[in-house]
Design a protein around this ligand. Structure first.
Ligand SMILES: [Zn+2]
Ligand SMILES: [Zn+2]
Ligand SMILES: [Zn+2]
Ligand SMILES: [Zn+2]
Length: 492
């Protein structure tokens, strides 16, 4: 397949280099594909195989003594060049006591791979990587600079004897390129690694993105329009978790990506009417609490009721969100079971009078619940009473409504939620028909909604790698839609 390019690269003061559409694009249209310059472990990764990135324990490469899971992985191209470096310098991975804890020794791998790739293809480096942003001055002020200097720069140059090939400034720059530009991607085994995509890295950030990217099995990436985009419009990716509140996104972007986002969503205290940041006032009946200036990380938050005096600080807000997030993370870390639903419903009740019903944190719990109803033990779809089928449908709709505002168009999450939504709609229609509440004609009519959900879910998710969970759901959605259509036709 020939490479598709429907973008131009422009440059300005605000974004540096950025991408615009070079023609009118339809929702879902492929804009470009991108091949990673290199792939490797994330910073703070636990020990993993340097061939396939699955977790390993006590299994080492027979040549260099660094973690690999099998003979096959020992021979992968990704590991080949670094294997030669470590073997020549006789630098081995030092065994660790806990193989599930982060291993700073691995922090040198991704920078080393980038350096070796530069050596292999200096022209591509010149064309695609040399121009990448590194935020060196800002990084120098951070405590991580000194840590990188010891664990990565000195380790590679002095310990691994690479001084004749790479100088220390270059190695620090490579650390900066990775920190600022790398994208987190799932490996085949489902573990998270990071990759440098030369084209994707140019796309500017917005908290309301208009493009989506799909990672394929060989780490190639397809970048598509999520919504219709006019020729000349800026292509925006979201560098952070789009379903998090502004104060959390702003902190992440400043800390990790070295810029302050001032997009329309960040500027609006109500987050474009989604209320993903809004709290309920505890001191009056109808007030809600919003920041006076959502772009100011130290803004005062106050009640919207003119008669109410309630105020709080951004620091208190951050602290409260972190505590509640920890509670959510704890629920997420448990094995799914009947208690996964009960715990989350109890969580929503507990925080009902703290958060606006559409706040990002309860919304993320609703997102999990939407997937658990119908799956968790004791809550299989055909066992769910109508009331819980309606609950599942309402949870899906709550997530979809937020997505429409902040991540519009054909996104993976929309595809997954539409797939979840089709099931309760289908079961509810059949249950009402079974109870004699609707006629056969009305049943046929009602089943058009789940068909629409499945059709769109299949359209979106079939673009994913067929081996990944979303790609598998895409194929199931397609089959379910065909079966449902057949079953409607067989109703005479
Ligand atoms: Zn492996
Ligand atoms: Zn090796
Ligand atoms: Zn923003
Ligand atoms: Zn109030």
């Amino acid at each position: 397949m020939a490479d598709t390019f429907h973008f131009d690269v422009l440059q300005n003061e605000k974004y540096g280099r950025y991408l615009v559409a070079s023609k009118d694009l339809d929702a879902g249209e492929l804009i470009f594909t991108d091949t990673p310059y290199s792939v490797g472990p994330k910073a703070d990764s636990c020990p993993l195989c340097l061939g396939c990135y699955s977790p390993v324990e006590n299994k080492m490469c027979s040549k260099c003594g660094w973690p690999v899971c099998s003979d096959e992985c020992e021979g992968t191209a990704a590991h080949g060049d670094e294997c030669a470096v470590f073997s020549a310098a006789k630098v081995r991975f030092q065994p660790v006591s806990d193989w599930t804890a982060t291993a700073p020794q691995l922090d040198c791998i991704s920078p080393l791979r980038l350096l070796l790739a530069k050596e292999r293809d200096p022209e591509r480096w010149q064309r695609e990587l040399e121009v990448m942003e590194t935020h060196t001055q800002a990084r120098e002020q951070r405590p991580t600079w000194a840590v990188d200097q010891v664990n990565i720069v000195n380790f590679l140059v002095d310990h691994c004897k690479l001084g004749a090939r790479f100088d220390k400034d270059l190695v620090q720059r490579v650390c900066g390129i990775l920190e600022v530009n790398a994208v987190e991607v799932p490996s085949r085994g489902g573990f998270s690694v990071r990759a440098i995509y030369p084209r994707l890295a140019i796309a500017a950030h917005s908290c309301v993105p208009n493009i989506v990217h799909t990672i394929l099995s060989d780490y190639k990436v397809n970048v598509r329009a999520a919504v219709p985009i006019k020729s000349g419009e800026i292509l925006h990716l979201c560098y952070t978790h789009a379903l998090s509140p502004t104060i959390v996104r702003q902190e992440y972007l400043l800390e990790s990506k070295f810029f302050k986002c001032d997009c329309e969503r960040c500027k609006d205290p109500t987050e474009l009417g989604t209320h993903l940041s809004t709290l309920k006032c505890q001191k009056c009946d109808n007030g809600v609490i919003l920041p006076i200036n959502s772009l100011d990380s130290e803004s005062v938050w106050k009640c919207t009721e003119t008669k109410c005096e309630f105020k709080t600080s951004s620091a208190a807000m951050r602290k409260m969100l972190a505590v509640v997030q920890t509670e959510i993370d704890q629920m997420d870390s448990l094995e799914p079971g009947p208690q996964s639903i009960e715990q989350r419903e109890a969580f929503l009740k507990k925080y009902k009078c703290v958060f606006h019903p559409r706040h990002a944190l309860p919304l993320s719990v609703k997102h999990s619940l939407a997937q658990l109803y119908g799956r968790a033990a004791g809550y299989a779809l055909d066992e769910l009473p109508d009331l819980l089928l309606e609950r599942k449908a309402a949870l899906c709709r709550a997530v979809l409504a937020a997505l429409d505002a902040i991540m519009p168009g054909q996104t993976r999450m929309r595809g997954m939620m539409l797939y979840e939504l089709h099931a309760p709609l289908m079961f509810l229609a059949r249950s009402e028909f079974g109870a004699g509440l609707i006629t056969q004609e009305q049943l046929k009519d009602r089943l058009q909604d789940p068909i629409k959900c499945l059709a769109e879910a299949a359209l979106i998710l079939k673009r994913e790698d067929p081996q990944c969970p979303e790609g598998i759901i895409g194929q199931i959605a397609q089959q379910s839609m065909e079966q449902l259509k057949e079953s409607i036709e067989s109703l005479s």
